[in-house]
Design a protein around this ligand. Structure first.
Ligand code: ADE
Length: 418
């Protein structure tokens, strides 16, 4: 088996953590049991570029139970849990090419190594596999039945490829399933981002001014949890509708430059480039802290920050301090990379349960419907989304009502009870 990991001797610790996460992933567990019986993915090679965490390990085991052969590399150079990678290789025979803190060249070497296995299905978190195929390995596209995409940033890229007529195979936007983004992006990012900031800094959030850039599902989650810990939350948003929602949710909404003067902690969740840039660095308070929770490390203009500073030093793990010409010190967490995965462990398992249940069922769906798919970006079929919600409630032992026949009839008619 082909693999490249940090240290195989970390396997025992990784196995225990994979099992601990698995306890919280009952939907995936249910799918895994069915997969083991039915083997719906027999002989399917799956190239996965995901954060190498305990939760991802459970997804790999589910795919394997279904008869697939998964090959895993990292979707971020800082998010790999080396013990998990070790256990996947040593205990479960899954091929992993990922090492925490790998450099750029190794990161892409690992991506190419996964693509070298000629996957029938690509599973991306940020579209790196798809992008690499489309830019340098076009000849491989014909062998790909379909791709799946885990995150908002990746879906935006794929839709842009589709609109520009360059998409070479079908892709399913797993991110857009309601059982994914309404939970993972909101409650997952909400908790894990705050977790990353607290683990990195040990700051008290109560009474701090927390500035959230972007009020998408991730921004909402972080704003909500920041408020829950007693922070005064300011939201910066360019979309008028979303900005209005933030206002009516009770958050203060203002411009980025105004917020830059007041904030103690800044968190970017925009999916766009340079949300924080020189004009903001110039007016931030001494001691301000900046963290990013968007997929790529472009949301904070780090090269500009470096250029404007007279020096930098590492204060403690995950905190770099930049000294500005006027003596103010600005702090950057986790090198501007996903703070929740770099400084903490990513989203908790019980929310990844639904995200990865989507990945597993979508893999089965694209394999069984291969001949019907076109070179388009597809939504997750509604029946999969609903099945996951139903299963999640079931595993939480929560029962819900169904409509009475009379109520169903009422919803179908336009004359009764008017
Ligand atoms: N993305 C965010 N949190 C994650 C986790 N725990 N595992 C895999 N991908 C993630």
């Amino acid at each position: 088996m082909d693999y490249d990991i940090k240290d195989p001797s970390l396997a025992a610790e990784g196995k225990s953590r994979i099992e601990w996460a698995g306890e919280q992933m009952k939907v995936l567990g249910t799918i895994s049991e069915r997969f083991a019986r039915e083997k719906p993915l027999s002989g399917v090679r799956i190239g996965a570029c995901l954060h190498v965490t305990c939760e991802t390990a459970n997804l790999m085991l589910t795919l394997k139970a279904g008869g697939a052969e998964p090959f895993l590399c990292a979707s971020n150079p800082l998010s790999t849990q080396d013990d998990v990678a070790a256990s996947l290789v040593e205990d479960y025979g899954v091929s992993v090419s990922a090492i925490k803190r790998e450099d750029n060249e190794t990161y892409y070497r690992h991506i190419r190594s996964v693509l070298g296995k000629d996957p029938h299905i690509t599973m991306d978190d940020g579209a790196d596999l798809v992008t690499t195929i489309h830019t340098e390995l076009k000849e491989q596209a014909g062998g790909v039945i379909a791709g799946t995409e885990e995150t908002t940033t990746g879906v935006i890229r794929l839709r842009s490829m589709e609109e520009n007529g360059v998409l070479l195979f079908p892709v399913v936007a797993v991110n857009d399933a309601r059982t994914k983004h309404l939970f993972d992006n909101r409650y997952g990012t909400g908790q894990s981002t705050i977790d990353g900031i607290i683990r990195a800094t040990n700051l008290l959030l109560a009474g701090k001014v927390l500035v959230i850039f972007g009020y998408g599902w991730c921004g909402r989650g972080v704003a909500m949890r920041g408020r829950g810990l007693g922070s005064n939350v300011i939201v910066v948003e360019v979309d008028p509708l979303r900005a209005l929602e933030a206002v009516m949710e009770g958050f203060r909404v203002t411009t980025s430059i105004e917020a830059a003067r007041e904030g103690d902690i800044f968190i970017t969740t925009t999916g766009d480039i340079h949300a924080l840039r020189p004009e903001h660095f110039r007016v931030m308070k001494d001691g301000a802290v900046m963290a990013n929770s968007g997929h790529f490390d472009v949301e904070i203009d780090i090269p500009a920050l470096e250029g404007m500073s007279t020096g930098k030093r590492k204060v403690r793990e995950h905190i770099e301090e930049f000294t500005m010409e006027d003596g103010r010190r600005l702090h950057l967490l986790a090198e501007g990379r996903l703070v929740n995965l770099a400084a903490a462990e990513g989203h908790p398992a019980s929310v990844m349960d639904m995200s990865f249940a989507n990945q597993a069922l979508v893999a089965e769906h694209v394999f069984t419907h291969a001949s019907e798919l076109e070179k388009k970006v597809y939504d997750v079929p509604l029946h999969i989304d609903e099945e996951i919600a139903r299963l999640k409630l079931e595993t939480m032992v929560i029962e819900i009502d169904s409509l009475t026949p009379e109520q169903e009839q009422y919803l179908k008619s336009w004359t009764i009870g008017t």
